[in-house]
Write a protein that binds this ligand. Structure first.
Ligand SMILES: [Zn+2]
Length: 332
């Protein structure tokens, strides 16, 4: 008995040692990455734009992008069952079904009044929204969830890891709302890799892609209607893994998961721009301009399987490169 106890104790110590060494390494990598992304955010915040720049650039960078009037854009219908109701910066979508509607991302204050107005402008009853799915636990994606949940009565959906982030962000200053405290929803519906969400003709499959945040989601199986045509869409796409070797390994897994989904025709973006990966053919706003002048019989500007495939392939290539670099670093 005594022997077993001792064995257990030494095992715990060994495990503890390996664990904290790995943690220290990871914390260092994370701190370095945080510095880089903070510098990038600062550069974006201070960058200058001119009025002749495309709206998606003005919405994204420079002090101008913080102005509420710039962010207040009119809602638009992209497919017979998909509406853009968000501000310029974060893409808030509503996917409609005969049995109720699904909202993707809420954006944040001070734009929630705009979203309420936009929902009504496109003729959707807020109470018909059954689910609000949060892409990940950053304020620009979940910041309006509490207020919109109160308006709609919807279930708010996120991965457990990012519910934790949401809870930790509650009360912290909202960078786009003059530092007012962030209002966060209570932990509601928790999803994980492979879960299904069925509503009406939508049979959504939920995937996690840890990296940008620990519980970053992307969703396959969106059925998008355009008259008699039906297209297969994906919402979000995840990105590279977290800093460090383990994160790089996860990044390759994420990209492989994404590439395993075949036949994607429409990329439903979480932001109207796609940075830093680019999305040739244009983001949401550029494509919406083309959509507005589309004539009968012309192809739908959001249906672009070749660009999606290229994006998915590029994500895998980048993830493999990051992994090779991390493996080389680990060998030194
Ligand atoms: Zn984010």
């Amino acid at each position: 008995m005594k022997k077993i106890l001792m064995l257990t104790a030494s095992f715990v110590m060994a495990a503890g040692f390996v664990g904290s060494a790995a943690y220290a390494q990871n914390a260092e990598a994370e701190a370095a990455a945080a510095k880089v992304s903070a510098a990038a955010a600062l550069a974006r915040a201070n960058a200058t734009t001119s009025d002749s720049d495309p709206l998606e650039k003005i919405c994204r960078i420079g002090p101008h992008s913080r102005e509420v009037d710039i962010q207040k854009i009119a809602p638009f219908k992209v497919f017979d069952n998909l509406y853009h109701v968000g501000p310029c910066y974060v893409t808030s979508w509503i996917l409609t079904t005969p049995q109720g509607n699904i909202m993707f991302d809420t954006s944040q204050e001070p734009f929630i009044g705009l979203i309420e107005e936009n929902i009504k402008k496109v003729g959707i009853d807020p109470k018909s929204i059954k689910y609000i799915i949060i892409n990940h636990g950053h304020t620009d994606h979940f910041g309006g969830a509490k207020r919109l949940q109160a308006l709609t009565g919807a279930r708010v959906v996120a991965a457990a890891e990012d519910w934790k982030m949401i809870e930790e962000t509650a009360g912290k200053p909202n960078n786009r709302d003059s530092g007012k405290p962030t209002d966060a929803p209570k932990r509601d519906m928790v999803v994980k890799e492979g879960d299904h969400l069925d509503l009406g003709d939508q049979h959504l499959i939920i995937h996690t892609a840890p990296g940008h945040t620990p519980g970053d989601l992307f969703i396959e199986g969106l059925v998008l209607h355009d008259g008699a045509q039906t297209y297969k869409g994906i919402w979000g796409g995840g990105g590279l893994g977290a800093p460090g070797l383990a994160g790089a390994e996860q990044g390759v897994k994420n990209a492989e998961k994404l590439n395993a989904i075949k036949g994607v025709q429409v990329y439903v973006m979480t932001h109207s721009w796609q940075d830093p990966n680019g999305y040739p053919g244009g983001g949401v706003l550029a494509r919406s301009v083309k959509l507005a002048s589309r004539k009968a019989g012309e192809p739908h500007p959001f249906v672009d399987p070749a660009t999606w495939d290229a994006r998915a392939k590029r994500q895998l290539e980048q993830a493999k490169k990051v992994l090779a670099d991390e493996q080389a670093k680990a060998k030194k």
